[in-house]
Write a protein that binds this ligand. Structure first.
Ligand SMILES: C[S@@+](CC[C@H](N)C(=O)[O-])C[C@H]1O[C@@H](n2cnc3c(N)ncnc32)[C@H](O)[C@@H]1O
Length: 168
């Protein structure tokens, strides 16, 4: 019986990993030092609304609110990361400044953002580019960690930390 339960858990875990890789980038957290670098390169401040597309455990939106006083919104498709990040927001007492929306960022309206952060992959970045161009207001800063946005010219690059800043 226990063996059956263990096998069932392994199966569910396997499905979860494959499913998250199919819908987009799997969960790989940005190191905290790099998160700070992303927020610094975009010059995030209290007037900003930061959207993290695929917000994982919420580390970017939490740091944006806690250290830079910005409002922030995370969009996350994975229910386990979603629950974890909502718990972290509650623990940091940031419920009034940080929101996590469950869903697919390709289907969300991003027009409210003044800063967008991304840690996806080359293929997703290619697909999201047109949506960013369509949704974002001119002047919105887009920061991508590790992967460039093909066809867009970065206005700043930090090669050492693999961080690229674009202005929509
Ligand atoms: C590489 S992780 C980055 C997590 C977080 N932004 C960070 O930097 O630590 C990518 C995240 O994007 C989420 N994701 C992938 N595709 C998505 C989609 N289409 N809509 C919403 N979230 C998505 C994954 O579940 C995963 O948590």
């Amino acid at each position: 019986m226990i063996l059956l339960l263990v096998e069932f858990c392994i199966l569910i875990f396997g499905i979860w990993i494959v499913w998250s890789a199919v819908v987009g980038a799997p969960w790989l957290p940005t190191p905290k030092k790099r998160v700070r670098g992303m927020l610094e390169i975009a010059d995030v401040n209290a007037d900003d609304i930061v959207y993290d597309l695929g917000s994982g455990d919420g580390r970017i939106v939490i740091m944006a609110a806690k250290e830079y006083d910005a409002k922030s919104v995370g969009i996350e498709i994975d229910p386990i990361r979603l629950l974890y990040s909502r718990f972290a927001i509650w623990r940091h007492r940031l419920k009034s400044k940080v929101t996590i929306i469950r869903g697919n960022f390709f289907k969300m309206d991003l027009s409210e953002a003044t800063v967008v952060t991304l840690y996806q992959g080359h293929e997703i970045n290619k697909k999201i580019r047109d949506k960013l161009a369509q949704d974002l207001r001119p002047g919105t800063r887009v920061v991508s960690y590790r992967f460039i946005l093909d066809g867009w010219t970065p206005s700043k690059t930090n090669k050492e930390s693999s961080t690229f800043l674009y202005i929509a």
